[in-house]
Design a protein. Sequence first.
Length: 436
Amino acid sequence: MTGTHDGTAVVAKRVDSGEADTEEIRELARAAGYEVVAEVTQTRTEDPATCLGEGKAEELARVVEATEARAVLFDNRLGPYQTFNLGNLLPEGVELMDRFRLILEIFGQRANTKKAQLQVELAELRYELPRAEAKVSLAKRDERPGFMGLGEYDESREEDIKKQISNIRAELDRIEETDEHRREQRRESGFDLVALAGYTNAGKSTLLRQLATDLDVDENEGLHPDLDPTAESEDRLFTTLGTTTRRMETDRRDVLLTDTVGFISNLPHWLVESFKSTLSEVYRADLVLLVVDVSEPIEEIRERLVTSHDTLYERNEAPIVTVLNKVDRVDEAELERKRQALSSLAPNPVAVSAIESTGIEELKSRIDGELPPFERERLVLPMCDDAMSLVSWVHDNAHVEDVDYGEQVVISFEARPSIVEQARARASDVAAPVEA
């Protein structure tokens, strides 16, 4: 993958009906580092040769030449044949990318971890596979290599891609096993796992910073090597490609918050599937905060909620709390109207402004209430060094309500069921406790 671009681009989009909205493709272009200097749109059925109609494709070429743009970015999926034909119309040296190629470009720029790099590579191979198959098919049909200038074909390339896909999947599975082990260690240490999900630019990273804003993360504590004290909150798509985890403390609980890669509309299954190991942070969470931008139009919010639910409910068993973010951008009447309109998809949402800290305390209370219930326990221990060690451990891993140091040590606390079980086991090792 190349680095961030600094060139100019023309965006293009074809829709079957209605008016072509180029806001998202412009955001994608900006995320990749392009400056958009013009756009060309068309409402018509797809032309199998050039996506746009022949006349509009020629107009696109003229616009590119006039603006001296270095790239053309399509908000449509282009087949190999369409890519070839459009490339022949454009001035020499102009880069042509469709929507999914551009997304992969952005992912490549953001991939800073081994897992993210493997996911990008997997997505690229899945993107390339049907094109490799098309080259072979078209070349065979014409009985010569490079049919219609699509380039030399090699039947073994198709098999090479499939083999690479298989190898990367296996490596990602190994990484996921390690991640799952780490998640279980966190739970055993008394941490609740909360994942932030939602579309890009909904404000997830800003919300993460608010929820953990007053806490310092000790990356040397040994338990959680992936804790990250920073989380970018730029207004850019895909700022968060991997996951960022920070610690949040409520009155009773220790919580690990994880910000995950943002959803984006109209992604093909193969691309979502390539990043499923990142989404596993959501699937394995104890609670999911589904963050939406409440300032967007109701229909757009509804569509995004439906898509998010489809993705989350596929393998997620944790409760989902919808967070209506950016309430600073709407008035009370509009907020209430949207609450009512979205009530079937987002019952009892929490309204916040991450940028202004509005509603953050209410959200923290809701997080505490939605997480798995605590169990109460009371242990009576002999007065000894091992008992003092256990009391210290309980303080670190549970919410201690009272400790009485007399002839015996009596400690009352509440914690996750797994922590209570560990405390009981450790207490039995200290000495046969006298149960009160």
